[in-house]
Ligand binder design. Sequence first.
Ligand SMILES: [Zn+2]
Length: 255
Amino acid sequence: MYWQIKNRIMTGGFPAVEIMAPKLMVRFASRIGGSSEPPFDALNLGSGTGDDEKSVLANRKAFLDSCGIAREKLALCGQIHSDKIAVVDAGGFFPRTDGLITTSPGVALGINSADCFPIIIYSPPERVLAALHAGREGARQGIIGAAFEIMTDRFGVDPAATVAMTGPGICGKCYRVDEDIARNFPEETIISIDGFPHLDLRTFCEMELTDAGVSKQSIIHSNVCTCCDSKRCFSYRRDGGITGRHWTIAMIRDR
Ligand SMILES: [Zn+2]
């Protein structure tokens, strides 16, 4: 992942994606460049976090402007830690979902996160785009597989032709979990540190992607841990729940 600053707003992008899928735009908002006060400093995009809502709205506008996206073109999900996905052809709010799929150029799919993994999947031949919120619960329930079911059944996508990205999220070393949670995940995704299980959710997401038929070399990881990178990222775990949220935006370009 590379970082760039435009109009004071720092965002991250995936250079490999720009080569593999030039019609796709993906931007990840860092915490740098907004107007929120600590502990939401500075580019908090999450509403209902305890931050001043006026700052959140100003930050959202600044971030969307820096990406060249009009507010009415943005589609967001309610993010209820489920495997539910909506197919959309316009901006709006889709409350009981954790994922969005579109074939409409210019419609920006947004995922809100601060440790959970934003997952972007794109099939260049049919121009089908999916954006998913893959937290521990949604990932375990199979939101990645659910996205591929819709993409293949409804749009004729061949998973082997897709590219997938995992955005910034919490790394295995930072993500200690209880034994009963660890038991729900495959052995290769659990790391033991000082005798305590830690979940490598990014590896789990990669396994879900390859199980669905994505080739390993078409999976691009940001390799940024929201918990390790306190300079650029908010982390729910690190900051004890009182923190900001990032948005990841994905859009099929309309020109
Ligand atoms: Zn970490």
